[in-house]
Design a protein around this ligand. Sequence first.
Ligand SMILES: [Zn+2]
Ligand SMILES: [Zn+2]
Length: 359
Amino acid sequence: MKAAVLYAPHTPLRIEEFDLPDVGPDQVRVRLVASGVCHSDWHVVKGEWPHIPVPTILGHEGAGVVEEVGAEVRGLQVGDHVVLSWKRNCGTCEMCQRGYPNLCDAPADTRGLPRFPGNGQTMNKMAGLGTFSTETIVPADVAIPIPKEVPLRQAALVGCGVMTGVGAVINTAQVQPGTSVAVFGCGGVGLNCIQAAAMVGAGPIVAVDLRDNKLEMARSFGATHTVNAGREDPVARIQAITGGGAHYAFEAIGLTGEPFLQAIQCTRKRGVTVFVGHAPENTPVQMDARLLMPEKMVIASMYGTARPRVDFPRLIGLYQAGRLKLDELVSRVYPLEQVNEAFDALARGEVARSVLDLT
Ligand SMILES: [Zn+2]
Ligand SMILES: [Zn+2]
């Protein structure tokens, strides 16, 4: 199999050939068909996430076809189409039992790693998946089966960006019909916050970004109003549009700083600000504590409070019913060899999502 390896931050990924070891009794081997290129991969490339050791095969938003099934695996068969979850869950700890498997401490699987054919040395995989590759061995519990008629390019996005954005609205914040929503950042995650807010009947839905092309996308995903924060004050605009502040604000940028504070400032009394974006490590937040005094709430959303076995099939079902936009999220498709071009497009803010075609 071949895979795209990041050897050091700020260097281009390199395509390498690997062999895979035998599949363990509780694992499956998946032939990957598509992988989204997510901002989290980009964090690693930019050296902002040193907790992910390099060298590593990047990618954590993948879908493909099960090629081999370990002896003890139940519920998956060769030929099944699967979306991969980047968060393992043990099923037995307190968080798993309370219905928050997204907060389980179970570490990523470090078995089944690809090996260099020459010296047999193993290579790390981001989040235990490493979906920038043509094949991967994963524990069966992170491979979620989906109907075969769903195109795998679109399905791949459910594995991170769609789950994160839609889940933040529906699972984490549980946005109510008729409430007002502001979304800061209209990338792959923010657009999914917007379409989920529209789906549950929220409104007005105000999209905030610095790029007009992103704001255009936001409109097509259900934003009723758009604000270019480079040209006008988003807080004043949102307060005017919503009649005193939004019920919910979603920060889907992950840089904290000004947009994060604006997301808190733009909410009304008892408003809820949801921190969806993943920040670089060691990002401090400074604010006037009195800002929160009107019983404002700030919560984080991790992976959209995902319960992959419940939520992935639901999201796929909404797509099949024509209620969830996935086709429109796939802005560009690149072969694996052009993964660095895909990162350049992400850095320039040109795309909702780029997808790598791994076939
Ligand atoms: Zn991601
Ligand atoms: Zn657990």
